[in-house]
Every structure is written in C-alpha cells, then in structure tokens.
Design a protein around this ligand. Sequence first.
Ligand code: G1P
Length: 306
Amino acid sequence: MPKRPLIRAPRVTKAVFPVAGLGTRFLPATKSIPKEILTLVDRPLIQYAIDEARAAGITDFIFVTARGKSALEDYFDRAPELESALRRAGKRDLLRALAQTDMPSGAIAYVRQNRPLGLGHAVWCARHLVGDEPFAVILPDDVIAAETPCLRQMVEAHAETRGNMVATMEVAPAQVSSYGILDAAPVQGKGRLVQARGMVEKPRPEAAPSTLAVIGRYILEPEVMGLLGRIGRGAGREVQLTDAIARRIAEGGAVWGYRFEGERFDCGSKAGFLRATVAFALARADLRDDLAAYLQTLTRTRLAAE
Ligand code: G1P
C-alpha cells in the first residue's frame, strides 16, 4: 500500500487573548480593575487562561488590550521588592505562588484595540503579530475545568484535522441567543468532532440551526485574519469572529467543532462566576472541608425554613 507522505501540521505556538472589554457586567468592581484580574479563589481569571495556553504548548501570548488595563501588564511583570521581602521572611510557599506569574521576557506582546468594535475586531488587531501561521484564541471569561486542559485537547485534535477548530458544547434552547451557534453534522469515526456547515452569531431561538454553542477556544487559520479585515459589522453592530469563520466555511475552508471534555463556567456572568468560585474552592484540599460543611449548614437551614 502506498504510504501517505508524513507532512507535519504546523505547530500552534501563538495565542490571542482579547482582554479589551469594558467588563460592564461586573461594575462597579471593574471601574478600576480589569475583569480578567477578578479572582477565582486566589488566582485571577487571566492566570487560568495563561496556564491553559502553556499546557497546550503556546509560547507567544498576544494580549489585545485597551485603556485601563495596565494592571494586566503589571500582573505578569516581576515584582522585585515583593520577591525580596518574601525571600527575607523565608516564605517559600508564597514565592512559589508568585512564580506562576513569571513569564519569560518578550513572551507576552500587547496590542491596543483603540475602538470597541467587537471580538472579531479585537482579534484582527493582533494580525501583524500572528503573521502567516495558525493561532489560538482564548476568551478568559470561559473557564474550563478539565483533566486535559481544553486547548490542549484541541491542539491534539487539530494536528490531525488542521483547518479551523472551535470548542463547542450543547446549551439549552433558550440560551442560544447568547452564543455563536454551529450548523454542524457529526462525522463518523471522529469522536468529539463535528464538521461545521455554517455558523451564526447570537441567533433567535427559532432561527438557530442547532443548540451547539461555540465556547471561547478557537484554533484558526491565518486566512481568518484577512476575512476579519473585510467582513464589516454583524450582530450587535460589532465585527464578529463568528462571521469571519462562517465566511471561511462558505469559501470551502474546513471548520471543525470540538466537543471538549470538561466543565465550562461562564465567568462573564455573576452567577457563572459564583458557581466557578464554589466549584474551584471545593476542588482545593485546603478549603474543601470547611466550605463543604458551610454549604451543608446553608442547605439545612433552608430546608428547615421550608
Ligand atoms: C463570544 C462570541 C460567541 C461565543 C461566546 C462564548 O460572545 O462572540 O460566538 O459563543 O463568546 O463565550 P460574548 O460572550 O463575548 O458575547
């Protein structure tokens, strides 16, 4: 049998983090703190996103920022005074905690989105840094707890499929208008993959092609950048990443939905953030027992009151 030539898929080494949003759902907290610095237990949202990217082999991190986001730059910078104070006090565990924020010089690049024209426009702002290679996009609002981090699952699947890939999961029919929704068909023998025939941003429930929602992890071909520069505004009068990917499908490009393994928390909403806080705290050995006992008292009190 003739052997297929072994051509390696290009490695995905760059990830774009759109962090320019105003975070209005968390006002007044986000008046002076970027929402990506809000903490889940004791780590800011952006730390979870960076850790997931690192676990997937990403080495170049591109933040699309805006005014008022300088706390994000400081977070990933060294803090020599703090470090030496901790060293003098022999606080090794705290030094280890701080080490999570260590990024090699030059690993993070910052570009500004100077007008709030939507997610697609934010990603497009990174075009010169992305260049002519596949790249990942991570939306830090979507926190995914998984044994194998979600982007890593996708990078492994992408090495086989190539093309474009979006993370996806089923949502309730009433929720489709909060998401990009896939028109997709399962592919025999491809397990977690579905092949997209179309994609629509925030459809009305009666117009939605399915209940398969796009979650904030993408692996995209550089062609999508070119499309983002041409498509104009869509839903909500914003430039939509979904529209550029849909255009890519129409052009004949492959777009895969990847039904990731893991639990996703919508940390862009207060209820989702609270759920994530409880779930992540219950997963921590140092907090679990105390919190679980407290939650039980709350349930008991409520039952007694009923
Ligand atoms: C964005 C995308 C949407 C996607 C969602 C996932 O919407 O535009 O397609 O389904 O993230 O969280 P946003 O939540 O920013 O309105």
